[in-house]
Design a protein around this ligand. Structure first.
Ligand SMILES: NC(=O)N[C@H]1NC(=O)NC1=O
Ligand SMILES: [Zn+2]
Ligand SMILES: [Zn+2]
Length: 446
């Protein structure tokens, strides 16, 4: 019998602190040794000479739509796309699946689907909606990593957005549980009224849609949630901030001691309103894409450590729902991007803007693990779970539809050239993706 299940040899091992050449030995799903020239026997040796070895990414924000809406995505296709993108853990949002994850019974349904189908590690957000404050405790006791609420309509009929009374009450409860509330922070009043005005005037271009959801609408909602956080002591996580102007308001709250964190998404760092105009529905999301100067400013926030987490907000839909002919107020808002987060960070961050690899690791793995209590994940160190992605930084490729593992093979990133390619992804010690193929032993349809 071999000493180890797997040794990854001679790779450049990147953590949030440093990059060091070495070998990683894995047994029973754990990293049990890191060193130079490990000699013991292994069932398999991966030669990572010239390659970079990163902690598997933790995508804290995906919508995989299962159960109940698998015609949009599913845990099999969704988790495969993550494996192909170097992601080994995901946090599934409580909405877009039916039923939504707003009580224990519904959580159990989702867990059963993920246990059967996911080839990477699942975690779950619980929902906070006006109807379920009494269910939050049980959801928390059953392991949700936090709660998610929409401050503006979610676009999904069975997941209501929260009025101010609900959110305040919910935050008191979540504070007492010691959990964290994630918010989709856009102002209903501002967005709804601007959208109505625009449409009444027949103004329905991409620019009109973007102007109907302005940055100030995010700021208004964020300021309100900060006030509530200060009044209730509830920890808050603002998802998908689209602009550094939003991040600045959060930073000011952090500076005076509020426990608030912020996510941005790869698409706000890689795409602009111009992409929305050119690619149509594929690039439609809420909050919407912003202009180029905002993208550059957001990169400054990333470089300065003002952002805690970078996620995908993968919110897929069939092509028919992403087709916009002339009215940008129609069509599903949500980007298919789960497979491309690391590619975006490497190409747009590391190569174009000199963002250190260690910072990319911090934002996509180490910070999420620390923030949400995944004690055995988020870095490469002895005793940690063997969740790893191996990347060739010298290889460039143009993303094609057929490269995507999603249920629907489209994405606004198709046609873009990325530098840095995922060679292998290892989840819990198992090689689940290698050289373009899914290699996981879990076969759903077998
Ligand atoms: N329901 C849902 O997935 N909404 C997401 N889509 C998007 O573009 N922003 C969101 O919050
Ligand atoms: Zn959202
Ligand atoms: Zn989302």
């Amino acid at each position: 019998m071999s000493t180890y299940d797997l040794i990854i040899k001679n790779g450049k091992i990147v953590t949030a602190e440093s990059t060091v050449q070495g070998d990683i030995a894995i047994k029973d799903g754990k990293i049990i040794e890191i060193g130079q020239s490990l000699q013991d026997s292994a069932d398999r040796v991966i030669d990572a000479e010239g390659l970079h070895v990163l902690p598997g990414l933790i995508d804290t924000h995906v919508h995989f739509n299962e159960p109940g809406r698998t015609e949009w995505e599913g845990l099999e296709t969704g988790s495969r796309s993550l494996a192909a993108g170097g992601v080994t853990t995901f946090f599934d949002m409580p909405l877009n699946s039916t039923p939504p994850t707003i009580n224990k019974e519904n959580l159990d349904l989702k867990k059963a689907c993920a246990d059967e189908k996911s080839i990477v590690n699942p975690r779950y957000w619980g929902g906070l909606v006006p109807e379920n404050i009494a269910d939050l405790k049980e959801l928390h006791e059953n392991g949700v990593i936090g709660f998610k609420a929409f401050m503006s309509p979610s676009g999904i009929a069975d997941f209501n957005h929260v009025d101010d009374e609900t959110i305040f009450k919910g935050m008191k409860e979540i504070a007492s549980l010691g959990s964290r509330l994630a918010v989709h922070a856009e102002s209903t009043v501002i967005c709804d009224q601007l959208a109505e005005e625009k449409q009444k005037q027949g103004k329905t271009t991409a620019r009109d849609f973007v102007e109907s959801r302005p940055i100030i609408s995010e700021i208004e909602a964020v300021r309100r949630i900060i006030s509530y956080a200060e009044a209730t002591g509830c920890k808050v996580h603002v998802v998908h901030a689209s602009s550094r102007k939003v991040v600045e308001v959060i930073q000011a709250a952090k500076d005076r001691g509020v426990d608030i964190t912020v996510e941005t998404c790869a698409h706000y760092l890689a795409l602009t309103v111009k992409d929305l105009e050119e690619k149509g529905g594929l690039a439609k999301c809420c909050p919407p894409l912003r202009d180029e100067d905002e993208v550059e400013d957001l990169w400054v926030a990333v470089a300065n450590g003002e952002i805690n987490v970078i996620a995908s907000d993968h919110s897929p839909a069939p092509a028919s729902m992403k087709t916009i002919t002339d009215n940008y107020f129609e069509g599903w808002g949500g980007i298919s991007g789960a497979q491309s987060t690391l590619n975006v960070m490497l190409t747009e961050g590391y190569f174009k803007r000199n963002l250190p690899l260690e910072k990319i690791v911090a934002l996509t793995a180490t910070n999420p693990a620390k923030l949400f209590g995944l004690d055995s994940k988020g870095t490469i160190a002895k005793g940690y779970d063997a969740d790893i992605t191996i990347v060739n930084l010298d290889e460039s490729f143009e993303l094609k539809n057929e490269d995507l593992f999603y249920r629907h093979q489209h994405s606004p990133y198709v046609g873009m050239t990325f530098k840095g390619k995922v060679k292998s992804t290892i989840a819990n010690g198992e090689v689940v993706f290698e050289n373009g193929e899914i290699t996981a032993s879990k076969k759903v349809n077998a």
